[in-house]
Design a protein around this ligand. Sequence first.
Ligand SMILES: Nc1ncnc2c1ncn2[C@@H]1O[C@H](COP(=O)(O)OP(=O)(O)OP(=O)(O)O)[C@@H](O)[C@H]1O
Ligand SMILES: [Mg+2]
Length: 505
Amino acid sequence: MDKLIHTGDKATVTNDGATIIQLLDIVHPAAKALADVAEAQDNEVGDGTTSVMILSGEFLKEAKSFIEDGMHSRTIIKGFREATRIAVQKIRDVEYKVTNHQSPEFRELLVKCAKTSLNSKLVASYKEFFAEIVVDAVMKLDADLEKNMIGIKHVQGGSVLNSFLVDGVAFKKTFSYAGFEQQPKKFENPKIVILNLELELKSEKENAEIRIENPEDYQSIVDAEWDIIYGKLENIAKTGAKVVLSKLPIGDLATQYFADRNMFCAGRVAQEDILRVAKATGGQVLTTVSEIAETSLGTVGYFEELQIGAERYNIFKDCPNSKTATIVLRGGAEQYIEEAERSLNDAIMVVRRAIKHASVVAGGGAIEMELSRIIREYSRTISGKHQLVVNSYARALEIIPKTLAENAGFDAVEILNKLRQKHAAASNEGRWFGVDVNKGSIFDTFEQNIWEPSLVKVNAISAACEAACLVLSVDETVKAAKSEQEVTQAEMALRGRGRGRRFRK
Ligand SMILES: Nc1ncnc2c1ncn2[C@@H]1O[C@H](COP(=O)(O)OP(=O)(O)OP(=O)(O)O)[C@@H](O)[C@H]1O
Ligand SMILES: [Mg+2]
């Protein structure tokens, strides 16, 4: 289910665990510690944050009864850590690997992982459509798989299915001055100058103190200002470039100058877009134009300014070393597009992970059920308190299929029973059985293509265990008194405020 979080005057509708945690105002220190661990999961693998929170909560719930019975928390921590070690080991044993990265099977694997990640999101009904876009976008990147190289742009209006992928860079038309209308808006194979430089007539007399003897000298100062800017513009035009982009403003004089020479310019381009254009076109971001080397210019197969919905967009396509892509998201409400972006982000992270470690396990609670069975079996081989703890860990893992069943509106007890039976069968056939959230029964989630990168699961389980152990290892909460200096400062501030009020009266 989605959550609507109200912060001041903004309402965010989201299902993304990481976003929910970030928006919540968490006060309790233990809860804060859990939130930090979940955030780490988001940074590390980008998906599975909700799983971490649910699992760690369940581990703590199991631990609570032991603590109440007087068991030492060290014993519990030891048991949990051992069970986690077995779980991670087991995931490595059962995971499904694809070794040939060029095979169609590999792409198929990526699409399936992306779809699973999108399943639980608002855009789930378009998961096929978006999974393809996400996989195409990530496949464009170079070996580093740098996420910043995928831009996501919002254009309100139109259908969600009008969203598309640009093989290159796209950004919204920047603020432009008079003269812009006369510039051509379409080029084939243009050279591109990328600047971090202001192209505006500067009034130098405001920056410096100048003494002149007679009024004619004043004209020479004004001339010098014009010479400086024209010098810069000439240098740019000389390179033969057709497109000029700058992070800083490009003023009306420059705009008109470029228009007269059939060139296109855009100033105040956002930093991330400038970087992506540089990467895609092979150009360099220049801070001076005094000597522009041919090699620092970028080139692109096709440049165009296009109308998308109600906005104008600058689009750079068919880049020579196209290592970047842009997803243009369309849709009705801005909140919907924002949530779509968050969901795509999760899917992008999942696909990146899957490319790096091409191994997957079945989702829908199947892997958790399997781990639960194995750990329960293991607990029978040990004795004493330790057995109780490890056994409770196995029970806690069942919270994932249980939550999935409950959220889908089905009888969790019945589904769990069926799952336990399947997984307990001597043959290995039942090991990928998980929750069928559409029919309210169970099915082989591996066959149904509900795949998740095993790394997401390994990380989620380890992080949840660490979070629970972190809280368990605390035996006392001490509220630190403020230092004397801080107290006096706070008092002074209070008194100051009081005085102010009196004064206003
Ligand atoms: N079609 C499906 N049928 C059953 N279970 C599914 C299906 N698709 C996804 N799942 C399961 O849903 C769970 C993921 O849910 P969700 O994406 O809401 O949380 P998360 O990935 O833990 O956190 P995040 O909020 O970061 O995405 C996984 O356990 C996954 O296996
Ligand atoms: Mg997810």
